[in-house]
Design a protein around this ligand. Structure first.
Ligand SMILES: O=C[C@H](O)[C@H](O)COP(=O)(O)O
Ligand SMILES: C=C(OP(=O)(O)O)C(=O)O
Ligand SMILES: [Mn+2]
Length: 438
């Protein structure tokens, strides 16, 4: 394999990346980004790697979640606090019920670039326009779809402000709201009584500093940006714009730019694994991305769709076993379950998300491998109506009430809490089995 450098991806075929019309402006932006201070520390990335290693061995469980596309306009204290509160509470529920320590990874402080199925879309009155690619690349307003490199700097400032606020809140904020898990919207659930009892029990336990610990992540899609935020630390290179970065399902082609960039950074990394992944391809991929067979280095995030895991996952587990490469398996229950509602809005059905996660838990158990975490698109906002179903019983005609997302639909607060309770109660756990005398 040829020598790696933070730029070596440049000579390879690349997918999904924006290109900059005005090269002089782009050059200035990258020169500035290259000098700005890192957003995270290498030691923090190493710590996350050690937590992921534990999750890979079944000693810990990871929850990764947040917006599909973070929006610059949501960078305000109430919203950010609410978002972190939800992810921390998901961790607290999983820990309380399963008895396992939980690691939390937020899709936050940089989740501003989106891969799209189609480069353009047709908008009434405007004709064919560029698709929205995330606040880092263009604006959501149809009149603002030109790719603009200046937005990458805006993305850096928003990431820095977000991270500064969230770190301060976790360290020294008022954590009373974190301890109070709100379940009033889940009254319709047959399990409401047990959710109430669990929420009360959680509220009575003091919060530990580990329960308040979180890590950041985003899809590293726009590689010129990621290169500019890559730094040498000792003899290694880290992408210091987030603790974990992942490769999307649309950019994981072997011998292409994204794999080349990712193979050389020392962060823990994720790769989305969708239904088009071939077993042999996966074997090669894990070998290229984790040649030293380091535990916690590589998280495989499967996202097949409800009812599809049975045909795919056992083969993928077998391929990884044959490679001898340690991985941490995570189930993304959302990205294989997108549907278009009759009013043309993108949505997902709560039951499909649950079905996929429960199928995947069962398959890992049967195949003797370990599911190390879940991955969900969620918002801490209670009033959001983007995903149908759940005990709140959001129906298709309610979607327009508060459909905020700029990209994929997210579980709202109550739906996310309910999904977490359901997963927690299905997780294989020696501690829980012992408590229940099983
Ligand atoms: O978040 C994931 C992708 O960017 C998203 O699912 C793509 O959506 P699209 O099919 O509307 O382009
Ligand atoms: C783009 C995403 O997912 P995937 O690559 O799995 O489609 C995402 O996580 O928002
Ligand atoms: Mn998404």
């Amino acid at each position: 394999m040829s020598e790696w450098s933070p730029q070596s991806w440049r000579s390879l075929p690349k997918y999904q990346m924006a290109e900059w019309e005005d090269e002089a402006v782009a050059d200035k932006v990258f020169a500035k980004l290259g000098k700005l201070p890192p957003l995270v520390q290498a030691k923090e990335c190493d710590r996350l790697k050690s937590l992921l290693a534990e999750a890979g061995r079944g000693e810990r469980f990871m929850v990764q979640g947040g917006d599909c596309a973070e929006r610059f306009l949501d960078c305000e204290s109430e919203r950010l606090e609410t978002q972190l509160k939800l992810i921390l509470q998901m961790g607290m529920i999983l820990e309380h019920i399963s008895g396992k320590p939980i690691g939390k990874i937020c899709r936050v402080a940089g989740q501003y670039g989106k891969p799209r199925s189609k480069p353009t879309e047709v908008v009434e009155g405007l004709g064919e326009i560029m698709s929205f690619k995330g606040d880092n690349i263009n604006g959501f307003d149809p009149k603002d779809r030109k790719w603009d490199p200046q937005r990458l700097l805006e993305g850096y400032w928003h990431s820095a402000a977000t991270l500064n606020f969230l770190r301060g809140y976790a360290a020294n904020g008022d954590h009373t709201p974190v301890q109070s898990i709100e379940i009033s919207d889940l009254k319709g659930s047959e399990h409401a009584a047990s959710y109430t009892a669990d929420a009360q029990a959680i509220a009575q336990k003091p919060l530990s500093s580990e329960q308040l610990e979180f890590f950041t992540s985003h899809e590293a899609m726009q590689l010129d940006l990621e290169e500019a935020l890559t730094r040498a630390v000792g003899s290694k290179y880290y992408n210091l714009s987030a603790h974990l970065v992942w490769i999307g399902d649309r950019t994981r082609q072997l011998d292409c730019a994204h794999i080349e960039y990712f193979r050389g950074i020392s962060n823990p990394i994720g790769v989305k694994v969708g239904p088009s992944m071939k077993n042999d391809e996966l074997k090669d991929l894990v070998t290229v991305l984790n040649p030293k067979k380091e535990e916690g280095r590589l998280m495989l995030i499967t996202r097949y769709g409800a009812g599809k895991a049975e045909a795919m996952l056992p083969g993928h587990i077998q391929a990884v076993k044959e490679s001898g490469v340690p991985v941490t398996w995570q189930c993304d229950g959302v990205h294989g379950n997108g549907v278009v509602a009759s009013n043309k809005l993108k949505t997902r059905c709560f039951d499909d998300i649950m079905t996929e996660i429960l199928e995947v838990i069962a398959i890992h158990q049967r195949c003797g491998s370990v599911l190390g975490g879940i991955h969900l698109e969620v918002t801490g906002q209670s009033s959001v109506t983007e995903v149908v179903g759940g005990s709140m019983n959001i129906t298709e005609d309610m979607l327009l009430q508060n459909y905020e997302t700029y990209c994929d639909p997210r579980l709202n607060y109550a739906q996310a809490i309910e999904a977490t309770f359901r997963v927690a109660n299905e997780m294989p756990s020696a501690e829980r089995a012992a408590k229940q005398g099983k």
